[in-house]
Design a protein around this ligand. Structure first.
Ligand code: 1CP
Length: 346
């Protein structure tokens, strides 16, 4: 297997900079849209292991990438805990009955959730088998805080006011939800690893919504609990934490047992490196909007990030968040080729 990605996470020497792309399987690819059109509903596609496998492999066939990510979604867990979820086109995910009371949280099925998630583990093992030994496969989950954001708000949001209201008006209730989610997430990642995931990543997409003084208590500590338990069960499987908007909290992230830290584009990667040293892998951090620019501007941006990290083995090139659906696949190729050009270490 091509191990560049795992080597960078584990601090082994690498001959070139590894890269993958958040949301690399997705709507910007015509072949994804073709597969997606066969399903009326997004979750229906997620339940179809062969379709998940097909779309996970599409970006690998097009680009020279160092990892594949399981095709699924973070909202599989709330649905398996009993919440009614719909993906409405143009609006994204909608829960028909957002959580507001203790009774709502107590009604969630923590015990039985994993049994309803076998379709995800099937997607992992099917994809792992089909990738053969091309590249490692990344399993993933949302962080407890980020899952709670959708479960309390009922949908995506700019401000997540209901969630932040609960944080201040009913903190014990929110902590109960976060700790129940952590229990499910540990087994969820454990099962993905058993099904073939070579590394795992926790997407804390909405962690940056928190006040700095609340970040540890409401997001990071739960991610740390999950990481510590996974490390007990699977000591050699690298764990990456990605708090979008968390660039200023690297001093807290480096106190965890994770191997990799994802950063968005709001912090200069050289400054991030100063904060983490070479004890952690950094992953990021090109602004996804940079792919709307000219080829030369993409090449310049990639060069700046990659050359700044050239002295460090523990670096994984990525965007600072998922690739936007209207980005041209040709621009993605310009980015990938530039990483190869400037990331060679020989
Ligand atoms: O119809 C469609 O094609 C739906 C679009 C879509 C896709 C392609 C959704 C709905 N989810 C996904 C796949 C997905 N989601 C992947 C695998 C693809 C890959 O990376 O190659 C992953 C890792 C996710 C994770 C995910 N889902 C996150 C965390 C990462 C991030 O981007 O911040 C989040 C926040 C979600 C929720 C979600 N699912 C889908 C949408 C449109 C959203 C975002 C809603 C919002 O903006 O609040």
């Amino acid at each position: 297997m091509r191990t560049l990605f795992l080597d960078a996470l584990q601090g082994k020497p690498v001959t070139q900079t590894p890269l993958w792309i958040m949301r690399q399987a997705g709507r910007y690819l015509p072949e994804y849209r073709e597969t997606r059109a066969k399903f009326s509903d997004f979750m229906q596609m997620c339940r179809h292991a062969q379709a998940c496998c097909e779309v996970a492999l599409q970006p690998l066939d097009r680009y020279d990438l160092d990892a594949s990510i399981v095709f699924s979604d973070i909202l599989t867990i709330p649905e398996a805990m009993g919440m009614d979820l719909k993906f409405v086109s143009g609006k994204g995910p909608i829960f028909s009955a957002p959580l507001t009371t203790l009774a709502d949280v107590e009604r969630l099925d923590t015990q039985g959730a994993i049994d309803k998630l076998h379709y995800v583990f099937n997607a992992v093992s099917t994809t792992k088998k089909a990738i053969k030994d091309r590249v490692p496969l990344i399993g993933f989950t949302g962080s407890p805080w980020t899952l709670a954001a959708y479960m309390v708000e009922g949908q995506g949001s700019k401000q997540f006011t209901q969630l932040r209201k609960m944080l201040y008006s009913a903190p014990e209730l929110l902590h109960k939800l976060l700790s129940d989610l952590s229990i499910v997430i540990i087994d969820y990642l454990d099962e993905q690893i058993k099904a073939g995931a070579d590394a795992v990543m926790i997407f804390d997409t909405w962690g940056g919504m928190l006040a700095e003084s609340n970040y540890a208590a409401f997001s990071l500590n739960y991610m740390q609990t999950i990481t510590t338990e996974l490390k007990k069960r699977h000591p050699h499987v690298p764990v990456t934490l990605f708090t979008k908007g968390g660039g200023l909290w690297l001093d807290q992230l480096i106190k965890t047992d994770c191997d990799g830290i994802g950063i968005d584009w709001s912090i200069d990667i050289a400054r991030a490196r100063q904060a983490v040293g070479n004890k952690f892998a950094l992953q990021g951090n090109l602004d996804p909007a940079a792919l709307y620019g000219s080829d030369q501007s993409i090449i310049d941006s990639v060069k700046s990030i990659v050359t700044s990290q050239a002295p460090y083995s523990r670096f994984v090139f990525n965007l600072g968040h998922g690739v936007y659906p209207d980005i041209s696949p040709d621009k993605v190729k310009v980015m990938v080729d530039a990483v190869r050009e400037f990331g060679a270490k020989d």
